[in-house]
Ligand binder design. Structure first.
Ligand SMILES: Cc1cc2nc3c(=O)[nH]c(=O)nc-3n(C[C@H](O)[C@H](O)[C@H](O)COP(=O)(O)O)c2cc1C
Length: 342
């Protein structure tokens, strides 16, 4: 089967991956309510297309924190690409470069941040989990800065690892399966340092780096306002792909209150359950600057390495292009809340 859409890649990836690895990538926490709702929430949103608009050319180039990208579709940070394909994050980052978009590299990557940067032809952000020692964390942040990463996305929704029962049944322990070179000496306590992050950690990070800071994992107006007080450059509205607090609102439903609270004072991004061009159109209409794609990137990687990731990105680009045309919105500026039936 030649995959036509992202769900085809999902099926093919599941066939190819060892079941425990599939479960690790696929799974959410507890009863996976949030994981399922993330999809349903998109399906509930209705569009109000306009007609007789000249859509002969569709323009979707944009900038993210000042960096140009060819489309408002970025690669979310996800762990251990080496379990999906031998080339791991190198394959992913090459595909990102080919698509002229940006990859957010995870602290939990299977390759070191230098190795990923060396393979990159496009822009990178670094997703940070702080380590047990802030000194070590500071060194990692400075290394990212020196390597040319353009922003730090601190993930804030993981004070403890969510209850991922698929992994418990499978006795799947990530650090037993893959090297995690961005953690010093595979020290398991290193994986736990981020469990004590607070708003002081954000201030520490701001004092440590000149790079713009994004907070990933905000779902409320209250926290969005605090993030503004702590001078972040961006917020990523996310529930960690349904892997942390089960029952947490779908991120697309949290997006409007965050956008409303922020009032343009920082850029707002969203991820979780985005599988179609129309999902992206809906997120943009609700005020997202761009969206992040998590699991589908891994599906592409598992099915066909760099080519697979590239295809996943290009399918999304084509679908967004089509959705914009059919909605009578030929450029990003024309995508606004009037596109939605609320
Ligand atoms: C297998 C897997 C690993 C992840 N690893 C990380 C990570 O290391 N850091 C992080 O901030 N988010 C991580 N996430 C969350 C993603 O960045 C993103 O929020 C989520 O996957 C988006 O939802 P989607 O998979 O439905 O697109 C991970 C998600 C998955 C599925």
């Amino acid at each position: 089967m030649r995959p036509v859409n992202l769900f085809d890649y999902e099926k093919l990836a599941q066939e190819r991956l060892e079941p425990a690895i599939w479960d690790f990538y696929h799974g959410g926490s507890d009863d996976e309510v949030t994981l399922r709702e993330c999809r349903r929430a998109f399906e509930r949103i209705r569009l109000r297309p306009r007609v007789l608009v000249d859509v002969s050319t569709i323009e979707m180039r944009t900038t993210v924190l000042g960096t140009p990208v060819s489309m408002p579709i970025l690669i979310a940070p996800t762990a251990a690409h080496g379990l999906a394909h031998a080339h791991g994050e190198v394959a992913t980052v090459r595909a990102a470069g080919q698509s002229e978009t940006l990859m957010i590299v995870s602290t939990t990557a299977a390759l070191g941040i230098a190795e990923v940067a060396a393979a990159a032809s496009g822009p990178l952000w670094f997703q940070l989990y702080t380590h047990h020692s802030l000194e070590i964390t500071g060194k990692l942040v400075r290394q990212a800065e020196e390597l040319g990463y353009r922003a730090i996305a601190l993930t804030v929704d993981i004070p403890r690892l969510g209850n991922r029962e698929r992994d418990l049944y499978n006795k799947f322990v990530l650090e037993e399966r893959t090297p995690l070179p961005n953690y010093p000496s595979q020290d398991i306590t290193a994986l736990e340092r981020h469990m004590i992050d607070t708003w002081e950690t954000v201030d520490w990070l701001r004092a440590t780096t000149k790079l713009p800071i994004l907070l990933k994992g905000i779902l409320t107006a209250e926290d969005a306002l605090l993030a503004i007080e702590h001078k972040v450059a961006g917020i990523i509205v996310s529930n960690h792909g349904g892997r942390q607090l089960d029952g947490a609102i779908p991120s697309i439903e949290a997006l409007p209150e965050v956008v409303e609270a922020v009032k343009g004072r920082c850029e707002v991004y969203v991820d979780g359950g985005i599988r179609r061009g129309t999902d992206i159109l809906k997120a943009l209409a609700l005020g997202a600057r761009a969206v992040l794609i998590g699991r589908p990137i891994i599906w592409g990687l598992a099915v066909d390495g760099q080519q697979g990731v590239l295809r996943v990105l290009e399918i999304l680009r084509n679908e967004l292009e089509m959705a914009m045309a059919l909605a009578g919105r030929p450029n990003l500026a024309s995508i606004d809340p009037s596109l939605l039936k609320l």
